[in-house]
Design a protein. Sequence first.
Length: 97
Amino acid sequence: MAKKLFVGNLSYSTTQDELQNVFSEFGNVLSTAVIVDKMTGRSRGFGFVEMEDADAEKAIAELNGKEIGGRKLVVNEARAKEDRPQRRFRGGDDNRW
């Protein structure tokens, strides 16, 4: 079975290929995605990697906190959207919503 990993604190210049190369040292990478801003096309500094379970655990242990591209990576198992707290952005006047 596969696990999806969250990879945070990426350098803004990191590409999907670079992300794949880093994680492939620890096993078979099924997919990678660097999340980009829709308006600017610039990386948002995080992404996702999908790997087999055993390989994913190895990658988390080895890469979490490791410096790559001048930044210390944050690597952990991704949480499903429904498991995350909902974010609300409201303007100053609550009556307009």
